[in-house]
Write a protein that binds this ligand. Structure first.
Ligand SMILES: [Zn+2]
Length: 68
């Protein structure tokens, strides 16, 4: 099993943030028809220290060993 998650540091206090969720967000590139190809997968993180939320583009590293 290979899970490559790059730690994200809190923009407020610098603590290592906890990965919370990922979500496809549409419309950021001018497309608003719901086509998944116009969406971007974002990671959402929460800071365990100060509670600040943050998001970023998902850092997808080549993880080839699919569990299926
Ligand atoms: Zn913080």
């Amino acid at each position: 099993m290979t899970v490559v998650l790059t730690k994200m540091n809190c923009p407020k206090c610098g603590a290592d943030m906890n990965f919370h969720a990922e979500k496809i967000v549409f419309g950021l590139d001018g497309g608003d028809d719901g086509d998944v190809r116009n969406g971007r997968l974002l990671e959402f993180h929460a800071c365990p220290n100060c509670g600040a939320p943050a998001s970023r583009d998902t850092v997808t590293q080549s993880v080839r060993d699919s569990p299926h």
